[in-house]
Design a protein around this ligand. Structure first.
Ligand code: ITT
Length: 196
């Protein structure tokens, strides 16, 4: 049985979503950012799977503990799946706000019904000796015509969920956390952790 799992992400919004979704597991869930030192993994993989595995394995090696890492990407049909695995650096390094601006610009003039997209999360769980378990979650949506809402992070203001007629950033954190790509992947991850 696992006693503790380290969340191998430096994104505190993800930590919040992960903790909420892993709630109820009888194990300690520790963000790696609560340690003074943690690995800075270069995300140079060509797929979300490769990057998630790399992050989970780096942290498992560093801490010698069970770890969970997430790599996420927004795949826009009109842009042939871009930005995808390059979602974090779409507009250049450390430019979260500009990612949305760049995306809206790339879709300028594209009608609402053709702005279909999916958000995908791959989660890798690694054992201390780097055995990997992989799960995936996705949600289909539409890239909004403009940024809307103040909740969440990253692409949330431009990811419109037809079922709720709202962007992720307009939805409460709890609703996003029950339907999102990450929520779906985390529920699968939770089942794996329970079975270990
Ligand atoms: P770690 O690698 O440390 O986990 P990160 O923020 O770099 O954190 P990703 O590489 O997975 O994580 O993120 C890819 C991009 O997608 C990045 O710009 C995120 O802000 C954005 N993103 C990821 N999940 C998101 C979500 O649920 N809602 C909106 N944007 C999201």
């Amino acid at each position: 049985m696992i006693e503790e799992i380290i969340l191998a992400t430096s994104n505190n919004h993800k930590v919040e979503e992960m903790k909420k979704n892993l709630n109820g597991l009888e194990i300690k869930v520790t963000p790696m950012t609560s340690f003074c030192k943690y690995p800075q993994t270069e995300e140079d993989g060509k797929t979300l799977e490769k990057n998630a595995i790399k992050k989970a394995k780096d942290a498992a090696k560093f801490f010698n503990k069970w770890t969970l890492a997430d790599d996420s990407g927004l795949e826009v049909d009109w842009l042939n799946g871009e930005p995808g695995v390059y979602s974090a650096r779409y507009a250049g390094e450390n430019c979260l706000y500009d990612n949305n601006k760049k995306l809206l610009l790339a879709l300028k003039g594209v009608p609402f019904e053709k702005r279909t997209a999916k958000f995908r999360t791959v989660i890798a769980i690694s054992s201390p000796n780097r055995e990997i378990y992989l799960v995936e979650g996705k949600i289909y949506g539409i890239i909004a015509l403009q940024s809307l809402g103040n909740n969440g992070f990253g692409y949330d203001p431009v990811f419109y969920v037809p079922e709720y007629k709202k962007t992720f950033a307009e939805l409460s954190i709890d609703i996003k956390n029950s339907i999102s790509h990450r929520a779906v992947a985390l529920q699968k991850a939770k089942e794996i952790i329970k079975s270990l």
